[in-house]
Design a binder for this molecule. Structure first.
Ligand code: PMP
Length: 284
């Protein structure tokens, strides 16, 4: 449980971290956020996360009203106040308090809040044995709708896919775009290995430009593995030699079954395990 929450411009006790019912983040999902890991007391890929936050805000025409360095400082202070050695930080900027209409420019001042806490997304056993997923029938937001590159507070598209996964008794769902190509998972990026080559959908297919994705691509190249960003179909996933997801919370997790098709020998693959261990080395 978090000890202190950053609210606007200071640290407060959790019971004092209150947001107005007129906040457009709450009324309309109008805002942006980041989820960031802390490894060994160090905020992971801090600048990349902040850059993405500012880019998300720019696209939705949200003036954060604070500089990169001010947010960096507030985030660090929140991590320190909660004595987070290994954990998770949620950084949120809402449009702020406004009227009951949707006009964002009637909101007087954006609201920043930061929560630092522990995290365990999936049980340890799932990383060893691998995860089962389904293909979602929910199409990922079109890039000309709410661009999936924007990490906005409006996650209903992903939530609908997640509900479908839960209905099928699996933790994650793969989302496809309007053309039928793989976009991403409801909360993670997608990778497959086929004949020794690593493939991942390009961002234009409708994915968040994942920070973990970028780190894993870099690490794979360093290991001499060719990495190709291209359109992937359901067929490609079904016949993959290896399959894994990447994300801040999930880190690197092997997929062993999709829509009843077993991937490889039904265990997380060799390259998946290698990249997972290289990822942890990188966090040190
Ligand atoms: N796609 C979606 C929809 C996400 O919400 C996330 C983050 N949980 C990711 C991909 C992975 O991005 P990152 O590695 O930056 O956490």
């Amino acid at each position: 449980m978090a000890k202190k929450i950053w609210l606007d411009d200071r640290l407060v006790d959790p019971q004092d971290a209150k947001v107005s019912v007129f906040d457009h983040g709450l009324l309309y999902g109008d805002g942006v956020f980041e989820g960031i890991r802390v490894y060994n007391g160090k905020i992971f890929e801090f600048d990349a996360h902040l850059k993405r936050l500012f880019e998300s805000a720019k696209v939705i025409r949200l003036e954060i009203g604070k500089t990169f360095d001010q947010i960096k400082d507030a985030t660090q202070k929140t991590a320190d106040a909660n004595q987070i050695e290994n954990g998770y930080i949620r950084l949120v900027v809402t449009r702020g308090e406004g009227t009951l209409g949707i006009n964002p420019f009637l909101c007087k001042k954006p609201l920043l809040f930061i929560i630092a806490d522990g995290i365990q997304l999936y049980p340890e056993e799932m990383y060893e044995k691998g995860m089962r997923v389904i293909s979602s029938s929910v199409i990922r937001n079109h890039i000309h709708s709410i661009p999936p590159q924007v990490k906005s507070l409006n996650y209903l598209n992903n939530i609908l896919a997640k509900i479908e996964a839960i209905d099928y008794n699996v933790p994650e769902a793969i989302m496809y775009n309007h053309s039928g190509y793989v976009a991403e998972a409801s909360g993670d990026n997608v990778f497959i290995l086929k004949n020794g080559i690593l493939y991942t959908p390009s961002i234009e297919a409708g994915a968040l430009n994942g920070i973990t994705r970028n780190v894993v691509m870099k690490l794979a190249k360093k290991e001499g593995i060719e990495v190709i960003e291209k359109n992937l179909t359901k067929f490609d996933l079904y016949v993959a030699d290896e399959f894994f997801l990447t994300g801040t919370a999930a880190e690197v997790i092997g997929i062993v079954e999709i829509d009843g098709r077993t991937i490889g020998d039904g265990k997380p693959g060799k390259i998946t395990k290698l990249l997972r261990s290289k990822f942890f080395e990188y966090t040190l």
